[in-house]
Structures are given as C-alpha cells and as structure tokens.
Ligand binder design. Structure first.
Ligand SMILES: Cc1ncc(COP(=O)(O)O)c(C=O)c1O
Length: 382
C-alpha cells in the first residue's frame, strides 16, 4: 500500500474500513451500452413497473419553477397528507431521502459503537450496513425453515447490549411476513428500552393479508415504522420515505436530520402520488396477476419458488455458480434479475415482478437459457 493510502486508512475507523459498498441492481442504460441490446427488462430492484402516478409527475413538474428556493423543512404539505391518510400528528412523522435516509438518522440518533443490532439473516442489508457504519455489532439469527423472521429466536437473543431490533416485514429478499400473532410474541420479549424498527417498504402489497400486522394499528412507544414511496408509489428515483412513531423518538431523529431533506421535488412528488388511489390499485392488481403467472412458471420449471406477498419472488438455483450462470445468461437476453450473495443466499436468485410484457420477456429468456442451464446444474435437492 502507498504512503498516501496508509495515511487515509488511519483516518477510517475499523468499523467503516470493514464495510463493502452496497451493490444496486444493474441500471438499464449500463446493460444497453455493454451488450448493444435494444430491449432490456429490469427486474432487479423491486420498483413499480407502471411508473409514477401522473399526479406525481404534474406536482413535480409544477415544483420545478421553485427550485431556486429551499424546500419547506417541515414539509407541511406532505405531512398533512400523511396525517390525514393515517390519522397521525405531524409530530409523529419523520421524512427522509428514502427510508434508507431515515435509517441513517436512526443510526446517528440512537446507536453507539459497540451496541448490538439484532435481526435475522437473509434480510435487507441496507440497515445492517448503516448500523455497522456507526460501529454497531450486528447479531443475526437464522430465518425459520419457511424463510420467515424467527420471532422466538430473536426474542431469546435479546441481551443487555441489544439496542435495536430490525424487522423487515414483508422481508426482502424472501417476500415472507410475520403474522399479527408473531408480532405480539416478539413484543412480549422486547424490553421497553430496546427500539424495534419495523421496515414496511412493501406493506402496500401485503396489506390484503388478514393476518399481516399493519403497524398503524399498534401504538408501542418503542416501535418505529419505516415506509417508502420507492416501491408501490413508483418514486424510487426522487428518494423519499417516511417513518412514524412516538413523538419523542421522532423529535430526536429531527435533531440529527439534515434540515432540507427530502428536497422540494421529492416532497411534491410524494404529495401528488399519495392521493392517487386508482394508480395504487392498478399497481397492486398488476402485481397480483404477475405474481400468479410467475409463481406458476417457476413451479412448472421446478424451481420451488418462495411464496411471497411482495413484488418479487426468490427461487433456488442450488449453488452460487448456478445463480451466476442464470444471472449472466439472462443478462445476455436483456433481462436483469438479482443474485442474492449479499443477503447470504448465494444459491438463490430474486426476480422483481414487472409488467405483463416484461414478465413474458423473462419467461422467454428463461426458456432460451434453460436447456443449457438444466444440463449444467439440474435442480437442487429440496
Ligand atoms: C426492505 C427494504 N427497505 C428499504 C428499502 C430502501 O427503500 P428506499 O428507496 O425508501 O430507501 C428497500 C429497497 O430495496 C427495501 O427492500
């Protein structure tokens, strides 16, 4: 290592040096450039394939004339809409640059080096990276055999050092969820001084399930819920998410929040999107239809997909090599899926549910690659 980079290394705490950079799904432009393809279906990042609501586009377009001004740091308009929709007070709401922006505030406000963050393996890694970046020690327990958060194992793993428990419900990348009963069991283990983060990024897709615990129906002082406009609302590109919880928790998050996050366009886009119930309905219905077709396709080809209530499906290839082969061969066909090595599931891949056209591209691409894939890898034993 050169002298300069040695010096830089001394600036970096161990807990930052040991992190790796988050790998996002491959952008469409990059693949088009690399492979000279004319048709690309990105099924890698659980976005809304129908795009944003036209009301969001209109609100953002109007807001463009005001970008020489700082945004309203209290985001009055968007908070009022959220308050009305969910019967919350402004004091119970925090906004951020995506729900990951709020995760960063949580780490800054509540977590100190050496404290423990408890969660399950095979979950969203964004929160883990953020927690480790402030020196938290990550403790994980396995998912249940049916790929769900194991609330009893989590409850039994709480120690004096546990500061935060992160629950992803529905879970990314498995698409599974904990039920109302399981949520009650979990909370029966959690002491009042431990903070539970409920990540409900995919809640709009799961809310139809009767036993799904909508955290809006609970009022625990030590539970903070995170939601986002990136998924069902189709606004990942402008970075806006919201969280709600006890006003004292929220007040402390505001102390560490950058004052003008989220930006004006993000605030207006979300405020425009939130009232468009028909668009949300179309999104959910498209997802249900594509889910049924895709689940059937994967089952027919004996991939044993994991039952999901979200807008993606994970399925088993059996090995990291088979996952890589499938990913690369689908890329050659213009279809971008996701390998799950970062989620400690290297022998699985995940496909996001797109439009009907995108999914038929995926089915055709799979059919094109499967003869050679099957010869090389066959199917894993269950
Ligand atoms: C479970 C989960 N939480 C949070 C996020 C991040 O969402 P946002 O775009 O709001 O930062 C994602 C994105 O993939 C996710 O899957």
């Amino acid at each position: 290592m050169s002298e300069i980079s040695d010096q830089i290394q001394t600036l970096v705490p161990d807990y930052v040096r040991n992190l790796t950079v988050y790998q996002a799904g491959k952008p469409i432009d990059e693949l088009t450039r690399e492979k000279g393809l004319t048709r690309v279906s990105k099924l890698a990042s659980n976005e809304n394939p129908l795009g944003p609501s036209p009301f969001a586009i209109k609100a953002m377009t109007n807001a463009l004339w005001d970008v020489h001004r700082y945004p309203d740091m209290n985001a009055y308009m968007l908070k009022s809409s959220l308050s009305k929709l969910y019967k919350l007070k402004h004091e119970n709401i925090i906004l951020g640059n995506g729900s990951e922006g709020i995760m960063a505030y949580i780490a800054r406000a509540f977590i100190q080096p050496g404290q423990e963050v408890l969660t399950c393996q095979n979950s969203f890694i964004g929160f883990s990276i953020i927690a480790r970046s402030v020196g938290a020690i990550l403790k994980t327990v396995p998912l249940t055999e049916d790929y769900r958060f194991d609330v009893i194992a989590l409850g039994k793993s709480i120690t004096k050092k546990t500061k935060v428990i992160y629950i992803c419900n529905p879970n990314n990348p498995t698409g599974t969820y904990i039920t109302k009963t399981e949520f009650d069991i979990l909370m029966s283990y959690v002491p009042k001084h431990v903070l539970v983060i409920l990540d409900e990024a995919y809640f709009e897709f799961a809310i139809g399930k009767e036993d799904y615990p909508n955290s809006m129906d609970y009022r625990y002082d030590n539970v903070l819920t995170l939601r986002t406009f990136s998924k069902a609302y189709g606004l990942s590109g402008i970075r806006i998410g919201y969280g709600f919880g006890h006003e004292d928790l929220i007040a402390n998050l505001h102390k560490v929040k950058l004052p003008f996050e989220p930006g004006l366009i993000a605030q207006m886009g979300a405020a425009g999107a939130i009232h468009d119930k028909p668009h949300l309905r179309r999104t959910v219905v498209n997802n249900q239809r594509r889910y049924a077709e895709t689940f059937d396709f994967l089952t027919k080809h004996e991939f044993n997909p994991i039952k999901s209530v979200a807008n993606f499906i994970a399925f088993k290839t059996g090995s990291e090599e088979a996952s890589r082969y499938m990913f690369d061969s689908l890329l050659d066909q213009g279809v971008i899926i996701r390998q799950l090595k970062a989620n400690e599931m290297p022998d699985y891949v995940r496909v996001s549910l797109g439009t009907k056209r995108e999914m038929s591209h995926f089915f055709k691409a799979m059919e094109a690659i499967l003869p050679e894939y099957n010869k090389r890898y066959g199917r894993p034993k269950k």
